[in-house]
Design a protein around this ligand. Structure first.
Ligand SMILES: [Mg+2]
Length: 293
């Protein structure tokens, strides 16, 4: 997808661009408040100011967008190429990024030493946010929700081989695909749960384990279950992109990843035209992401 003005896109392309640019916008807005308490977030509309513990430029994105870009690249020649995703993630690690999660760092080191490996050995402790942060890319690129769920389940194990990380990635990917198909959020979520229910024993409880949060409660960690549940609340709760994303980012904690996952779902729902124009203008790497759609 190559465009001068993302807002001039036809409706379906506009929703696709909304999901990926919504993710990038949520990443950079949230990165300013990563590890903060909700009290540290200023009142009023949020602006793209950069800063945060990483000392970012305004509009600069972090690992969430970089890893999403790696997954998008894995679809550049057609169906998902897991080896390409692995290689793109390793190339990104070679750039010595400002931020890389511990589990992702450890996993990519392992994959370097095992060049034929396309997954890590099962590890129930690997429940960080490193996989769910990139899952929306499958929802955008796979041919339907079923394939998105399957690809995200498989691909998450490149770095996060726990049921929780794989299931939350799979759910987010399927949900993005279903929302892009203009299925209403509640119905889209119901259909996405159904794709996981028959997979395995813990899948039978997925509607409980990954149910939307009941309210906007702060969690200081980067836990894939919390981030997914918060993003589901954001998607179901709001009438437009800005308040949905702001409610999530205002909680601080792992605000960039929470913002990225919620931003992807909200962008799929409200399309690129729903993203405030100043955020769309200032997010870095926008055209590179659009090129991969
Ligand atoms: Mg990040």
């Amino acid at each position: 997808m190559s465009v001068e003005d993302p807002r001039a896109l036809p409706p379906r392309e506009s929703r696709h661009a909304g999901a990926i640019l919504g993710l990038a916008v949520g990443d950079t807005l949230g990165a300013t408040y990563e590890f903060c308490s909700p009290r540290a977030v200023p009142e009023g509309p949020l602006e793209m100011v950069g800063g945060g513990w990483l000392g970012l430029e305004p509009g600069e994105t972090t690992d969430d967008t970089a890893l999403t870009r790696a997954v998008l690249a894995g679809y550049e020649d057609g169906p998902l190429d897991l080896g390409r995703v692995r290689d793109e993630m390793i190339s990104w690690q070679n750039t010595e990024p400002k931020d890389i999660g511990n589990q992702t760092h450890k996993a990519l080191d392992h994959l370097r030493c095992h060049p034929n490996a396309l997954s890590l050995p099962e590890d129930p402790e690997a429940q960080g946010n490193g996989a769910v942060m990139r899952a929306a890319a499958h929802g955008v690129k796979a041919k339907d929700a079923e394939e998105a769920a399957e690809n995200a389940w498989t691909e998450a194990a490149l770095t996060h081989p726990s049921w929780e990380a794989r299931a939350s990635s799979s759910l987010v990917a399927a949900l993005v695909a279903n929302v892009l198909d203009e299925i209403q959020p509640e119905e889209a979520l119901d259909a996405s749960y159904a794709l996981l229910e028959g997979r395995d024993e813990p899948g039978k409880r997925v509607r409980e384990t990954l149910r939307p949060l009941e309210g906007y409660e702060h969690n200081p960690g980067g836990w894939t279950v919390y981030t997914t549940r918060l993003a589901l609340l954001g998607l179901l709760d709001v009438k437009s992109f800005r308040p949905g994303l702001e409610a999530v980012v205002r909680l601080g904690g792992d605000a960039d990843t929470n913002g990225a996952v919620a931003g992807a779902l909200l962008g799929a729902r409200f399309d690129v035209g729903g993203i405030p124009s100043e955020w769309l203008r200032d997010v870095k790497g926008r055209d590179d992401l659009l090129r991969l759609l």
